[in-house]
Design a protein around this ligand. Sequence first.
Ligand SMILES: *[C@@H]1O[C@H](CO)[C@@H](O)[C@H](O)[C@H]1NC(C)=O
Ligand SMILES: *[C@@H]1O[C@H](CO)[C@@H](O)[C@H](O)[C@H]1NC(C)=O
Ligand SMILES: *[C@@H]1O[C@H](CO)[C@@H](O)[C@H](O)[C@H]1NC(C)=O
Ligand SMILES: *[C@@H]1O[C@H](CO)[C@@H](O)[C@H](O)[C@H]1NC(C)=O
Ligand SMILES: *[C@@H]1O[C@H](CO)[C@@H](O)[C@H](O)[C@H]1NC(C)=O
Length: 440
Amino acid sequence: MRFIAHLAVVAGVVSTVFALPTDRHYKEHHDDHDHDHENPMSKHYKVSYDPRPFYIINNMTESPLKKKLESCENGPFSVTGFSIGHRGGATLQFPEETVENTIAGARMGAGILECDVAFTSDRQLACRHSQCDLHTTTNILLHPELAAKCTVPFTPANATFPANALCCTSDITVDEYTSLCGKQDGFNASATNVEDYQNGTPNWRTDLYSTCGTVMTLDSYITLVESIPGHRNYTPELKTPPSQVPMPFNGYTQEQYARDLIDKFIQRNISADRVWAQSFLPADVYQWIAEYPDYGQQAVYLDEDGDTPETLPTASSLERLSAIKAKGVNIIAPPFGYLLTTTADNKTIIPSTYAISAKQAGLDIIPWTLERSGPLADVRADEEYYYGFFAQGVSYDGQIYEVLDVLARDVGIKAIFSDWSSTVSYYANCFGLGYGGFQE
Ligand SMILES: *[C@@H]1O[C@H](CO)[C@@H](O)[C@H](O)[C@H]1NC(C)=O
Ligand SMILES: *[C@@H]1O[C@H](CO)[C@@H](O)[C@H](O)[C@H]1NC(C)=O
Ligand SMILES: *[C@@H]1O[C@H](CO)[C@@H](O)[C@H](O)[C@H]1NC(C)=O
Ligand SMILES: *[C@@H]1O[C@H](CO)[C@@H](O)[C@H](O)[C@H]1NC(C)=O
Ligand SMILES: *[C@@H]1O[C@H](CO)[C@@H](O)[C@H](O)[C@H]1NC(C)=O
C-alpha cells in the first residue's frame, strides 16, 4: 500500500552463517514426494503459527476477548480469506513481494496473497510495491551495469545533502529484473557508498531473511500461488507510476497497463471470483468495472483521500462514499485508521464516521495494514500513519487484538491486509471468519 519512509538509520543486524543441509541430504531424508520443485509446501500442510499471536494475547488486559483468544491456543487453524497477506504476508520480517515472503504468509494462513504490480522496460508485469523502489527494496545498486540504468543514479551523501538514487522497474528488462535480490525496504541516508546505502531497516523489523529474496513477476506469482495448498486467492494492485515515469511510457498507456493486469489472470484461467484487483487511481477501477464486469465486481477502490484531520470529514461523508458505490464499486479499502476513533475519555476504541458512512453506503470494507507500525508504545510519539486518528487510545501491543476486534465485529470489515499474517489468521480462525465473515 502506501509507502512509509523510514528515515531512521539503525545499526545493521550482526549476521552469523550456519551450514544448511545440502540438496542431496534434503532429498535423501524427504522421500515422501510431498514436496517437489514446483511445490514449496506439502499438500498435507496444516496452518501453524509463530509465537507472535500468543505474545500479543499475553499482553492484553483481562477481558472476554482475551479469554476467547486464549481458548483458541490449540486451534484448529486453517487458511482464511479474512487474512490478506500484504506484499506477501510476512513483510514484518521478510523482503516484500518475494517468493519467501509469500510462502511465509501462506504458511501463516493468509487466504489472499498480494502482489503489487509494476512494469519493466519491455512491458512485463513484476511484483513491486512501487514503480520506482528498486534502490530500496533490491540490491540493484550493487550491480554497476544495472545501477547505471537507474532514472537517478546513486549520489553519495555529503555534508549538505543526503544520499540519493531512484531506480524504477521500467529502467530495466524483465530478465534484468529477475536477476535482482529482494531485501528489506530501507536505505541509509548518510551513506557515502552503495554498500552502506543498503542498510536502514527499522530495528523492529529484521534483516535476518534479507538473504537474496526471490523476486517475482505477476506470472511467476500466479504459478507460486497455484502451487500452494489450501484455498488461496489473489489481490494484485496496479501501482500508479510516479511523475518520474510519465504515462504513456514509450507508447504504453495507463489503460493498456490496467488491461494487461486483468488479461494475465484471464490468460492463466484464474476465475474472477478469486481476484481482488486494487488501485488508488479511480480511473483504473472504473475501467475494470466497464471492461471486465466479472473482475470489476470485486475491484478494490483504495482510498487515501482522508489522510489529514482537515480532509477526513469530507472523505467520510455519506454523499462521497455513496457516489463511489453508485459508480459500481463494491469494495472500498482505506487505511484502518480512517475507521476508528475513541470515546471522549480516550479509553475505548470505536468505529468512526467513515466506517459508519461506508457501511451505510453499502460498501464492503477491506482496510490496510495491520502489523506495519512496530511497537504500539511508540505510535503516538512517532505520529505513526495508521494509528493517527486514534493514537490517544493506544499504548501497548495487546491492543492490536482490540483494534482488530473493533474492526471485525463493530465495523464489520470483510478482510484485512497484514504485514504478519498469523496475527490476523489466528483471530479469524478463533472467530470462524473467512472472507466476508464465513469460514471457507
Ligand atoms: C504490556 O506490555 C507492556 C510493555 O512491555 C507492559 O508495560 C504492560 O504492563 C503489558 N500489559 C499487560 C496487560 O501485560
Ligand atoms: C553534495 O551533493 C550534492 C548532491 O549530490 C551536490 O550537488 C553538491 O555539489 C555536493 N557538495 C559537495 C561539497 O560536494
Ligand atoms: C550509513 O552510512 C554511513 C556513511 O557511509 C556509515 O558510516 C554508517 O555506518 C552507515 N550506517 C549503517 C547502519 O550502515
Ligand atoms: C479453467 O478453470 C476452470 C475452473 O475454474 C476449469 O474447469 C477449466 O478446465 C480450466 N480450463 C483450462 C483450459 O485450464
Ligand atoms: C484525549 O486525547 C486528546 C488528543 O491527544 C487530548 O487532547 C485530550 O486532552 C484527551 N482527553 C482526555 C479526557 O484525556
